[in-house]
Write a protein of this length. Structure first.
Length: 203
């Protein structure tokens, strides 16, 4: 009979399983990977993951929620801890976004490249919305100072779409060596900022 699990036991195992799942899902696709393969990766029996997760969908939701939370942590920290004006904070937030994507490409792809309903996964819905808010919250100082032209949500999504598009093209190997995301993203941000009359430097 399995021994009772402490909260620490549960948290530690879930983290190990999510680490393995993040890698396998990103490498082989969410449809292909089985719970048996996940169990084998961390050296447990095929039934053990079911003590912690209802099914594979719940594991995927946990992996993606963890990614969204870590993403939001990085951007919120950059905004909070960067000294200076709104432009400096916005630039630091953009840099944190790009840095997260390239330091955690597997998590990033699973966050934004997977179509998974959030119904039944409240933690995924919460984390996803938290991450989404970081796409506009850094613009609030501009709006308060009357320096933002247009709707804050629309402007935030414009910057988000531009940066995300360059990152995904880089991941797909579609950008040349002399015109990669590190070149394109600052140019995109500068052009958008100039058009919106915002004091934002290179991201």
């Amino acid at each position: 009979m399995p021994r009772p699990l402490s909260d620490d036991d549960i948290a530690e195992f879930r983290e190990r399983l999510c680490d393995a799942a993040e890698t396998l899902f990103a490498e082989h696709g969410t449809e292909t990977v089985t719970i048996r393969q996940l169990a084998e990766r961390i050296g447990v029996s095929p039934m053990t993951p079911y003590r912690y997760f209802k099914d594979k969908g719940a594991i995927l939701a946990a992996v993606r929620a963890r990614g969204f939370d870590r993403h939001a942590d990085a951007l919120e920290k950059a905004f909070r801890e960067t000294p200076g004006d709104a432009g400096a904070k916005a630039q630091a937030t953009g840099e944190a976004y790009v840095r997260f994507a390239f330091e955690h490409p597997q998590a990033y792809r699973l966050m934004f490249d997977v179509d998974q309903p959030t119904e039944g996964y409240p933690d995924l819905e919460r984390a996803g919305e938290r991450s989404r808010r970081t796409m506009t919250s850094y613009l609030e100082p501009f709006a308060e100072a009357g320096q933002l032209r247009g709707d804050k949500t629309l402007v935030g999504h414009m910057f988000w779409a531009a940066i995300h598009g360059a990152i995904m093209l880089q991941f797909a190997g579609r950008l040349g060596a002399t015109c990669d995301a590190s070149v394109i993203i600052p140019a995109l941000v500068e052009t958008l900022s100039r058009g919106l009359s915002m004091g934002v430097g290179d991201a």
